[in-house]
Design a protein around this ligand. Sequence first.
Ligand SMILES: Cc1cc2nc3c(=O)[nH]c(=O)nc-3n(C[C@H](O)[C@H](O)[C@H](O)COP(=O)(O)OP(=O)(O)OC[C@H]3O[C@@H](n4cnc5c(N)ncnc54)[C@H](O)[C@@H]3O)c2cc1C
Ligand SMILES: NC(=O)c1ccc[n+]([C@@H]2O[C@H](COP(=O)([O-])OP(=O)(O)OC[C@H]3O[C@@H](n4cnc5c(N)ncnc54)[C@H](OP(=O)(O)O)[C@@H]3O)[C@@H](O)[C@H]2O)c1
Length: 460
Amino acid sequence: MSTTPHAPQAPHTPQDGAEPPVLDLAAVGIGPFNLSLTALADEVEDLAYAAYDRRPAYDWHPGLMFDWAKLQVGFLADLVSLVRPTSRWSFLNYLAEHDRMYPFYIAERFHVPRREYADYCAWAAARLPGCHFGTDVTAVHWDAERALWRLTLTPADGAAGPTAAHPTTRLARNIAMGIGTEPHLPTALAVPAARTPDRVFHSGEHLHRVEGLRAQGVRDVTVVGSGQSGAEVFLDLLRRQRDAGWSLTWLTRSWGFAPLDYSKLVLEYTTPAYMRYFNGLDPAVRDRLIASQWQLYKGIDTETIDLIHAELYDHLLDGDRPPVTLLPGTALLGARTADDGTIRLTTSHADTGAERELATGAVVAATGYAARRPACLDPVEKLIAWDGQGRYDIDAGHRVRTVPEVTGGLFVQNAELHTHGAAAPDLGIGAYRGATVLNAVTGRQVFRTPERTAFQTFGG
Ligand SMILES: Cc1cc2nc3c(=O)[nH]c(=O)nc-3n(C[C@H](O)[C@H](O)[C@H](O)COP(=O)(O)OP(=O)(O)OC[C@H]3O[C@@H](n4cnc5c(N)ncnc54)[C@H](O)[C@@H]3O)c2cc1C
Ligand SMILES: NC(=O)c1ccc[n+]([C@@H]2O[C@H](COP(=O)([O-])OP(=O)(O)OC[C@H]3O[C@@H](n4cnc5c(N)ncnc54)[C@H](OP(=O)(O)O)[C@@H]3O)[C@@H](O)[C@H]2O)c1
């Protein structure tokens, strides 16, 4: 598969000191969600639009890009198809441009390889005129006099171009924050991770670090967490075991290595219909629901569980491979580096309360991701309506509530798990949410969004 090289683009350069045109919408971050917004924006005539990302080029979760991993949603959940199937930025058009239509048709693969989806996104990102990489949005101010947002754009490390040395500013009527979430490391692991980052690291780093573990002669590895990342990292380490010769421990504080729920009527909880209903609920009810619905967004794809079980069975057939230990209901409480260089983990069992110490050579923390509160919004912190827990208060249209003097829209993508439910991080909602934002920004229905998205009637 060819990954299209993408030359970093410099932010807009004012010519002869002239101010660049005011943007109707500026997107901060280019992950799958703001990339979807950018692809849809490309379909809107006369929209002044730009999206910025600090990375040099589009690169989706490279530390977990296993060549055998699949996308967890069907290919129709691409950047555009669920609202604008005729767009040139559809996955099918990507296939056509790469002359893979017939092989794809015969393959009958609804869930495409993760690397194919990543390559599709990189293909779109490299061609969409609205994408500007190598540009960090370092500050956002509200210009009350002009009633516009002012973004400070700072060339990220390694960015090329004539403006590389100088920050610039850009004015915008609306902003869409699509900055994703950040890797979460339990406090217990903070000190060992700082001291030995090559042996204690987050799962997002896995493929960048795993060869190093072998080179260091690590004899045993512990994986913490039983979401999809933990399962994939464990499977990868298990498959490398014959060569690396390490023993493996996989622990999670969840009651078990539980599956994601993919049953059809439960999947309707990731549709716009449920998202709207969820947003209208009392915040305390929303918090209770999101905790109880964890198998919608946390858990392991059953196919991955089957692959792990098959690998463990083959392990038995091989006779005497180094041991593998699976510990459900086991929370990591503490960690320290011992004098002999091993990492000593303190764990506690959910049912028995028993505490034990476990010595290991390395730890991969597949302990998930947390919401970001971006530093670039610090200058407007007091203008934003935060909820009692320091989270955005977000309306049904994905717009963050602000003080009334702020007339420009501040939209968010994938920062609204607490206000919109399990659909927020789901790739299947990206095109719908992007279309909703663009309809609001243009003040007209540029995109017809689907009315019927679930058979169930939520809320009775
Ligand atoms: C390995 C993995 C696989 C996943 N697979 C699926 C799946 O198959 N199906 C599914 O539904 N969900 C999946 N998810 C969950 C989720 O949809 C993804 O994590 C997705 O990447 C979220 O996209 P995003 O656009 O919110 O953010 P991200 O992909 O995190 O992108 C955010 C971008 O913002 C940039 N940025 C941040 N701050 C700034 C700033 N101030 N200035 C400029 N740029 C900035 C960052 O550089 C980054 O490129 C997966 C998650 C992981 C970890
Ligand atoms: N194939 C794919 O498409 C793919 C791949 C990777 C990720 N994803 C998606 O990306 C999102 C993040 O997934 P993720 O696997 O990185 O994270 P996750 O789903 O949030 O899982 C984190 C796991 O770590 C456990 N954990 C956290 N702290 C712990 C501690 N101190 N001790 C023991 N266990 C601890 C959690 O237990 P609790 O449940 O008790 O908190 C949970 O089992 C999910 O929506 C996932 O579906 C998709």
